[in-house]
Design a protein around this ligand. Sequence first.
Ligand code: NAD
Length: 508
Amino acid sequence: MQTKAADQKGQAVHKRVEDVLLYINGKFVDAENRITFENINPFTNQVNNLVAEGRRDDMDKAVAAANKAFKQGPWGTMKVAQRMKYINRIADLIDEEVEEIAILESLDTGLPISQTRNMVARAAENFRFYAKMVEIKLHGESYPVDGEFINYTLYKPLGVVGLITPWNAPFMLETWKVAPALATGNTVILKPGELSPLTANKLAEIIDKAGLPNGVFNVVHGLGETAGARLVEHPDVRAISFTGETTTGSTIIKNSADSLKKTSMELGGKSPLIVFDDADLHRALDAAIWGIFSFNGERCTSNARVFVHKNIKDQFVSALKERVANIKIGDPMDTSTELGPLIGKEHFDKVKGYIELAKEEGCEVVQGVVPEEVKAGNFVPPTLLLNARNDMKVCQEEIFGPVMAVIEFETEDEVIAAANDVKYGLAGFVWTNDMKRGHRVAHAVEAGMLWINAQNVRDLRIPFGGTKASGIGREGGHYAIFEFYTEPKVIHVAIGEHHIPQFGKVNK
Ligand code: NAD
């Protein structure tokens, strides 16, 4: 796929790109019924390309190919070092095409190119990391039993796994799943978010070029209710790893029950960032701003609720206002842009609706200004909801845009109670120079991931995921390969003459 999205000065520009097909059994193919849907560029609101819309038949073909590839091998049974050569080759090929992939990602999502470049580079590391992890760490245990047995475990791939991903940060989120799934020997069907399908096909091109056997990796585009739903119910799919909205996760769990699938759920969030009055305010400010306005605010771990101690609130809020007024809003292809357009009109309307609701609920709304020349895009300026209360709807529901609610607090107990008074539990951030308090608060906040005096820095070895309505299970190093993409199998070996009951024997 060529974007041809660079002008003569090498500046990336917005152009229509090639249509996107399905990738099934090592071939790029049209959907069975040849139906397509339009993929819209969030900056221009023009059509980027058409996308083959896979439905039930296409999903069935992909699952059959993946099942055959798993059962007939050699993917799951080849020597580990050989399989990891393929995985490392994928990483090298991503590295060779970082710029091309970043351009596609920005065209598709509206994310600023300065941010998509970093994400793509990290995606290559996802493959390298899991190649190392599987080669070194994926071994079983042995259990010698009283000189009579040696029992040992193997960690076996599951078979065909379905990976269902959202439209935000697609390439990075897809590779978080694809890399461990393939490295552990499974075969894969990826069902990307329908609003950002481009880089999934770039990944398919790369995997094709890396020479993986046919059927090991497949991409089926389509809608959630059709393509996604078929993947979830298909009897030959062993597991579904899902990232997306909490309500969709719940539907998927229900729909996967009849075929008894293993599921992993990475869902929504409404994460708190707590600033105490002894914190390093400059760093806390940088982190609070980056945490909600990077990735256009379309980020599951964003600090959508910022709790600021009463003693420093005025100072902190006035610094926030100044920074928000200066955030550079513009063309995602411009390397100086800090905030781009939201993914689509529907989402844009949803986020705007929440800003109107915030006014009705009594917040003071302070926003940056969208430049006149980019008005065609789905731009919501960086927005502060001041004088917010945690019980407001805008503090309870996931807005998933560049909107930060600022809530004042006075005591540690009060802020912990408020931080936890929400259905979500994905991430949390604590800013204080009192380390005892930092740990205390981090222990008490109900979330899967807490950062003390730090922004959302991810190390691939740590467990990634949330509690409460933010998820079930964890992704990341050890957790992905042992707890999700493989299952233990035990082999019992008798090494002595253990007792065997002698039923039916006349002279016992
Ligand atoms: P979504 O739930 O609407 O869609 C996600 C994926 O599920 C898409 O591919 C969609 O086609 C598919 N889908 C929809 N209905 C389905 C069904 N019935 N059966 C099978 N598949 C179905 O989410 P979205 O709007 O694309 O993404 C935004 C959401 O994702 C936000 O809530 C965000 O917080 C969450 N998210 C969570 C994490 C995390 O790690 N916890 C990371 C990124 C995004």
